[in-house]
Design a binder for this molecule. Structure first.
Ligand code: NAP
Length: 340
């Protein structure tokens, strides 16, 4: 009998109250079973850490089931097939799949999607050409139905979704794009690299005052990544028939008590606002179109993206907590050392 393969995987060992800490996670060794019929063994190369994972650490049901305590965690990952029992995947293929937070994954070949390592850096398939990019694309195109001349405001603008929203809005015809972020360095990046018309640091004063200065005639579209004070400010500054894409509310994910903001929802009636929640997974049909258009813009240099990458399986919880704290610019990822 061949010696069983062993790999390391992260387990959630305690449900965080408020902010997660490294003590809530444990890196454990596990035996890797040989792949069964129509399965593949994948060696992970890049792991994604994402805000929605924080909600999965609570026991409450969300649109994705909670992580189970003392069980392997999961999430987006890019890896290379090292063993295959499927005619549809060959050894050496690079694939996107959902068994992250671990070094090796055994899964059905049909639960992997091939990615082209020659067309873009592998890491991009977890960010600019992955779900965060699709979220920006579908949110603007389909949910906000952004049109020529719109004034668009996006929060979390230096992050993975937000930086793409700002640039895509411009490419899709917006006349003015405004972004907010949590540091002066990020604000400079928005203006100087991503081409935002106006950007502000939300820590420098009330969001509503800074937003009014940026958009004296109001905003037509608000892309919400943050919630609470940002959403309240946007409701105040949206024009009649304005649209808000409710994509994420990261400012509330670690709150023990629900936020009281927005306190001005009644204004949505007077202004006939449309506030619409979205999930990227409802827009999978746009993926091919999105990858084709966005990879073209990236190649042409009209759309730029940044990544913040930590090295080593040991760093996954650090990367996750750093991302929640805003220590990332663009997509936060972990690269595993055995890259090939
Ligand atoms: P990200 O923006 O790359 O990283 C998270 C950022 O949130 C941090 O860099 C930080 O930037 C900001 N942040 C943290 N706490 C904040 C606070 N209290 N107030 C304002 N900003 C805060 O993450 P992402 O993956 O692109 O996700 C962005 C949002 O989109 C999240 O809300 C996420 O849940 C949502 N999302 C939704 C979908 C969907 O299908 N609906 C899909 C993907 C993502 P600063 O330094 O600027 O504070």
């Amino acid at each position: 009998m061949a010696t069983p393969m062993v790999g390391r995987e992260w387990h959630l060992t305690a449900r965080p109250h408020g902010w997660p800490t490294p003590a809530d996670f444990a890196l454990r060794e596990a035996e890797i079973p040989p792949p069964g019929a129509e399965q593949v063994l994948v060696r992970n190369l890049y792991l994604s850490v994402d805000p929605y994972m924080r909600r999965r650490m609570d026991a409450a049901e969300s649109y994705v089931p909670p992580f189970q305590l003392d069980q392997p965690m999961d999430g987006g990952a890019i890896g290379v097939v090292v063993e295959s029992n499927s005619d549809n995947r060959a050894v050496g293929d690079h694939v996107l799949h959902m068994l992250g937070w671990r070094e090796y994954a055994v899964l059905d070949a049909r639960d992997t999607a091939p990615v082209d390592a020659g067309a873009a850096p592998l890491s991009a398939y977890l960010g600019a050409l992955g779900t965060t990019g699709l979220t920006a694309y579908a949110g603007l195109l389909r949910v906000a139905a952004v049109k020529e001349g719109d004034v668009v405001f996006v929060s979390g603008a230096a992050g993975a979704v937000g930086s793409q929203v700002g640039q895509l809005a411009k490419l899709l015809g917006a006349s003015r794009v405004i972004g907010s972020a949590g540091s002066d360095e990020k604000v400079a990046l928005l203006r100087e690299v991503y081409g935002f018309d106006f950007a502000f640091n939300y820590r420098n004063g009330p969001v509503v005052d800074q937003l009014r200065r940026a958009a004296p005639d109001g905003i037509d579209v608000y892309f919400d990544n943050v919630g609470a004070e940002h959403l309240e400010a946007a409701i105040s500054v949206l024009t009649v028939h304005g649209r808000a894409v409710l994509c994420g509310m990261i400012s509330q994910y670690n709150d023990a008590e629900p936020s009281s903001a927005p306190r001005n929802l009644v204004v949505a009636i007077n202004k006939r606002l449309r506030l619409e929640g979205m999930l990227a997974r409802d827009h999978a049909d746009l993926r091919d179109q999105f990858v084709e258009r966005v990879s073209g813009w990236i190649r042409a240099g009209t759309l730029k993206y940044r990544e913040t990458i930590l090295d080593g399986i040991e760093r996954v919880p650090d990367a996750f907590i750093d991302m929640l704290r805003g220590n990332n610019t663009g997509k936060m990822l972990v690269r595993l050392q055995h890259l090939s």
